[in-house]
Write a protein that binds this ligand. Structure first.
Ligand code: G3I
Length: 346
């Protein structure tokens, strides 16, 4: 041990975190934040729906305060995100033109205005941008079906990176997705990387979101993916890491009746059973053991939220207390924290 006492002191790769609340108004969160993390991502405040809810109606107040706060605390900012290639996450006005779907030209022009305005505003202040989020299909298609893919095919992805690079040539530009380490989606991601690189598109890193579920962490697929990225010379960020302790795969697979039963049966309502916390710790340890092997390829590892009380998983897929992170609701380190620290400084 070299005596490191916090994640960022111990870690061979920069550590980051997605921030839920108006952290600039919550001094109680600052010690944990600045002790452990080097990068912060606003969880929602820079999304297209947040900053441009209507055409030309810009809402930058929260994002501005977030960036100013982060820089004043010597934290680096990850911008999230410029294009979220899902119709239910794109502001509705973006994709329509009167009563018709927006054409390729209209969509690309709106995208350019959006990216020029947002990236330009924070030029020099944002270290990395999630440029395109979740464009690959989960099923048999290459791209997710959306207004974007229907109007532009793959071109909107390439153009988003070109526009972002022009607006801030120093920002590191990321393609971010979930399950992109798994069979099927992995091959699509490789196809996308090769295509963008053949066109000399400035896409600098792949984001593996890393929303995992207890007992279902895809260690082998992840290792295969990290090895492949290393071979291709492609950098990786783990962008939204957490381990859900209430696996929802089973929930998705079942009907509404079971959902109703499960939401009443809430075994962890007042805390998480110690044996679950222990399993979670072991699985986090295995993840970091793997990440350490690829520290030349991984540019950053960010958790999705600061502590269990702020996790998005408390709201999803139904309201109930979850325990996915390294710190509990009192902001105290959990067994998972100690396990990760043991891996980071063996
Ligand atoms: O702010 C409003 C509040 O005023 C309102 O009362 C409340 C009622 O539902 O909604 C609040 O907004 C919610 C917001 O989270 C803040 O809590 C939105 O409805 C809700 O849709 C939004 O969910 C976010 C989700 O992305 C959709 O944008 C989650 O917090 C956020 O964690 C999640 O993050 C995504 C990443 O961007 C991409 N990768 C997956 C990840 C998890 O789904």
């Amino acid at each position: 041990s070299h005596g490191a006492d916090t994640l960022k002191e111990a870690s061979p790769f920069p550590m980051g975190v997605g921030i839920r609340d108006r952290v600039f108004e919550l001094p109680g969160d600052w010690p944990l934040l600045t002790a452990h993390y080097e990068y912060v991502t606003p969880e929602n405040d820079m999304k297209p729906v947040a900053v441009q809810p209507q055409p030309g109606q810009w809402r930058f107040e929260t994002a501005d305060r977030f960036v100013d706060f982060a820089l004043s605390k010597k934290l680096k900012v990850v911008g999230h995100c410029l294009v979220w290639a899902k119709d239910d996450r794109t502001p509705p006005w973006f994709a329509t033109d009167g009563d018709k779907p927006a054409s390729r030209e209209v969509l690309l022009a709106r995208m350019k205005t959006h990216i020029d305005t947002v990236v330009g505003r924070y030029r020099g202040k944002i270290a990395m941008w999630d440029v395109v989020n979740e464009a690959l299909d989960d099923g048999s298609a290459y791209l997710r079906d959306s207004s974007w893919s229907r109007a532009c095919g793959e071109e909107f992805i390439a153009k988003a990176f070109v526009y972002a690079h022009a607006a801030d040539p120093d920002a590191l530009l990321i393609y971010n997705d979930y399950n992109n380490e798994l069979d099927g989606k992995f091959e699509k991601m490789v196809r996308l990387i090769e295509s963008l690189h053949a066109q000399q598109v400035p896409m600098h890193a792949i984001g593996l979101q890393g929303h995992y579920e207890l007992d279902m962490v895809p260690f082998e697929a992840l290792e295969r993916t990290l090895a492949a990225m290393q071979r291709m010379g492609m950098k990786v960020v783990v962008s939204e890491l957490d381990i859900d302790v209430i696996p929802r795969g089973r929930w998705w697979a079942n009907n509404g009746a079971e959902r109703a039963t499960l939401s009443k049966y809430d075994p962890y309502k007042d805390g998480c059973p110690p044996e679950i916390l222990q399993r979670q710790a072991e699985q986090y340890a295995r993840l970091f053991q793997l990440f350490r092997k690829y520290s030349d390829t991984i540019l950053r590892i960010s958790f999705w939220n600061l502590h269990d009380g702020q996790s998005w998983l408390n709201d999803f897929p139904w309201k109930r207390a979850n325990h996915p992170l390294l710190f509990d609701r009192e902001k105290k380190p959990k067994p998972a924290y100690h396990a990760v620290m043991r891996e980071l400084k063996p």
